[in-house]
Design a protein around this ligand. Structure first.
Ligand SMILES: [Zn+2]
Length: 138
């Protein structure tokens, strides 16, 4: 058994029965990293570092917790409360990913985000949600 296999086995033994990582934990770690970065860039490092450390400690306490039901419930609440924000982030990410393929317009009537293929010329866009028609150059 190699050294790495021994570490892997010990880690696996240590983590058995413990909660591990989830979306809330991942978000907490990312938040701590962002706070540290903000602190380094703005000179507010003392405040942000303390905050980042507290968040990181809480993230690890959750990860190593043996009360799995309670941790899963916290994550469920987190996912429920952030469903709108997460949907917006996915929308924003898809928009960046497809920026070369599509033009994005907002329907003037219902404000729904619409996308049309680039290079289609002057077109009349029909909103699928409300049926509003408007002219654009794509
Ligand atoms: Zn519409």
């Amino acid at each position: 058994m190699s050294f790495l296999d021994k570490i892997r086995e010990k880690m696996s033994h240590f983590m058995s029965g413990r909660y591990g990582s989830d979306q809330l934990g991942f978000t907490m770690v990312i938040t701590a990293l962002v706070l540290t970065l903000i602190g380094a860039l703005t000179g507010l490092s003392r405040v942000t570092t303390i905050l980042a450390d507290v968040i990181l400690i809480l993230a690890f306490v959750r990860m190593f917790s043996k009360d799995r039901l309670k941790r899963a419930n916290e994550n469920k609440i987190f996912l429920e409360k952030t469903v709108g924000v997460r949907r917006k982030l996915v929308e924003w990410w898809n928009r960046i990913k497809n920026i070369r393929k599509y033009h994005y317009y907002t329907c003037p009537k219902c404000k729904k985000l619409l996308r049309v293929p680039r290079g289609a010329g002057n077109i009349t866009i029909t909103c699928r949600a409300c049926g509003e028609k408007f002219d654009k150059k794509a």
